[in-house]
Design a protein around this ligand. Structure first.
Ligand code: GDP
Length: 528
């Protein structure tokens, strides 16, 4: 119980460049996982962070895979047991968004970083959609307040409107850009001051904001502005209530500057206080409570080739209930096989080490020589299937062809394993038997080609296919579905799970199909 309650498993997500990496680093700094005095330049840690595993991401300087960082943390003014914070890192590049969506299935909450000058961006919207689908509580951090950005009230309105969630500011900026003086911590009712140049919180004092002390600290104009703003905030927004946040109805909002390490500790302290500890997980058969004595977990992520010298993958397993113990026999439900792990790993900011046991909310890395697929369940014997790893209808499509007839076995195996890892989605056209790879971005095609070549010694060739959308189809009546499939036989495909997929070559064709076949349900995510 104690182990579960002290755990906070979450992801920091954002539109690229909003400051996710910088904020993650600052959290690690507070967690004592990296010891660099003052602000850390983001590119510095980027070079050594565990998330930079794959060769390809080093070449490109982007973070392709998802890794985990964990640390113990206790706010200065608290006593008792430390919190165990598990941050699930997500790829910084939009083309790997699917990876991020899957990671969100393994967290209990999320922090969304928004650039104060840019406001809500395309990827922010999409990520929030995924959080909403799963009722994941979110906290919003409005970053880069040291830059001239938008008016805080306008930003809050935009968040509510664009992200379709109620917001409640828990800190408030004093000035902005050049005149950025700091944030007033509404949650703890503390005024924290910021001195430009110094990259730390310079003073942390409880100031009665009604008294003249405020003028002394921040200057007359700012003091009055802050009082007016706070009056408005408290008038407009209902008082903060932890439960509505945990029910994903209200998103608390913090302002700050990650780069300057400002407003970050306030965010972290409040986060460990209010964020949920591991929640029950839904399996097809039943709800699984974290407090159950028997171990269960599922694989949400597989990364390849941490060591390029031998072909081994790591499967990331989220512990849902009970206690994971090294060398214990567990049931690999899909394969009906008993498996044991002699060297499961856990992750620190810059290293990994063998783990003896792990609790709900924790992520363990399991060495995988091709036995796992995304979504696989491990138990102590119960036949359980955790659900809810959605695939989204891809945005880009290409035919994939084997480019070296002598290597067709390698090609087949490589493609299969890469799809099991969730690198992209594969559809087989039932009419002509050709394979179509669907992705979110161009980079994924390059990753597949690169990895087929370097890991499987196989060559692939891409050929254009004109497709608008792939959607999963179903009907209550098998006859209706059969009829649809017959009428659209040239455009029917199967995904890797054998589900029926309709390949629409234009938006017009899709909407005509939706009109003409009223008994067919068209789905744009695989989870329905
Ligand atoms: P990510 O793509 O979301 O991970 O964004 P990064 O953390 O890499 O940040 C993108 C850029 O914004 C980098 O150049 C950072 O130095 C910069 N940045 C991050 N936080 C701040 C901030 O608080 N103020 C300013 N001015 N720049 C910031």
């Amino acid at each position: 119980m104690n182990e579960i309650q002290r755990r906070r498993t979450f992801a920091i997500i954002s539109h690229p460049d909003a400051g996710k990496t910088t904020l993650t680093e600052k959290f690690l700094l507070f967690g004592g996982q990296i010891q660099v005095a003052g602000a850390v330049k983001s590119n510095k840690i980027r070079k050594t962070a565990t998330s930079d595993w794959m060769d390809i991401e080093k070449q490109r300087g982007i973070s392709v895979s998802t890794s985990v960082m964990e640390f113990d943390y206790l706010p200065d003014d608290e006593i008792g047991d430390t919190y165990k914070v598990n941050i699930l890192d997500t790829p910084g590049h939009q083309d790997f968004a699917e990876d991020t969506y899957r990671t969100l299935t393994a967290v209990d909450s999320a922090i969304i970083v928004v650039d104060s000058a840019k406001g809500v961006e395309a990827q922010t919207r999409k990520l929030m959609e995924v959080c909403r689908m799963r009722n994941t509580p979110v906290i919003i951090f409005i970053n880069k307040m040291d830059r001239e950005g938008r008016n805080p009230f306008d930003l809050l309105d935009e968040l509510e409107e664009e992200l379709q969630i109620k917001v409640r500011p828990l800190s408030w900026p004093i000035g902005q850009g050049q005149r950025f003086k700091g944030v007033y911590n509404i949650y703890e009712q503390q005024l924290n001051l910021f001195t430009p140049n110094k990259q730390r919180v310079t003073e942390k004092a409880t100031v009665d904001i009604a008294s003249g002390e405020l003028e002394e600290k921040v200057g007359g104009r700012e003091a009055q502005q802050l009082r007016d703003d706070l009056e408005l905030v408290n008038g407009v927004y209902p008082a903060f209530d932890k439960e509505t946040y945990r029910d994903a109805e209200v998103a608390p909002v913090f302002f700050g500057s990650a780069l300057n390490n400002f407003g970050v500790q306030e965010l972290l302290n409040c986060f460990v206080d209010i964020a949920p500890s591991p929640k029950p997980t839904k399996a097809e058969e039943r709800m699984v409570e974290p407090t159950e004595s028997k171990f269960t977990g599922f694989i949400f992520k597989i990364t390849a080739n941490i060591d390029p010298n031998h072909r081994s993958c790591i499967a990331f397993c989220k512990v849902c209930s009970g206690k994971f113990v090294r060398n214990q026999p567990y049931l690999h439900v899909r394969q009906g096989k008993t498996v044991r792990f002699s060297s499961p790993t856990q992750f620190m900011a810059q290293r990994k080490s063998t783990v003896e046991e792990a609790y709900p909310g924790d992520i363990v890395g399991l060495p995988d020589n091709g036995i796992f697929k995304i979504g696989d369940t491990l138990t102590e014997g119960e036949l359980l299937h955790f659900r809810g790893l959605p695939s989204f209808s891809p945005l880009l499509f290409k035919y994939i062809e084997n480019d070296d007839p002598m290597k067709s076995k390698q090609f087949q195996k490589g493609l299969e394993q890469l799809m099991d890892e969730g690198v992209a989605q594969l559809f087989v056209n039932q009419f002509n038997g050709r394979r179509i790879v669907g992705t979110v971005g161009q980079l994924q095609f390059e990753v597949i080609q690169y990895r087929l070549e370097h890991e499987y010694n196989a060559k692939c060739r891409w050929e254009p296919v004109h497709l608008h959308k792939a959607c999963w189809v179903e009907a209550s009546d098998a006859e209706d579905l059969d009829n649809f499939k017959k009428r659209k036989y040239q455009y029917m495909a199967k995904d890797t799970e054998g589900r029926d997929v309709f390949l629409a070559d234009s938006g017009y064709v899709l909407s005509m199909a939706q009109q003409d076949f009223k008994n067919i349900r068209f789905h744009f995510t695989s989870e329905f």
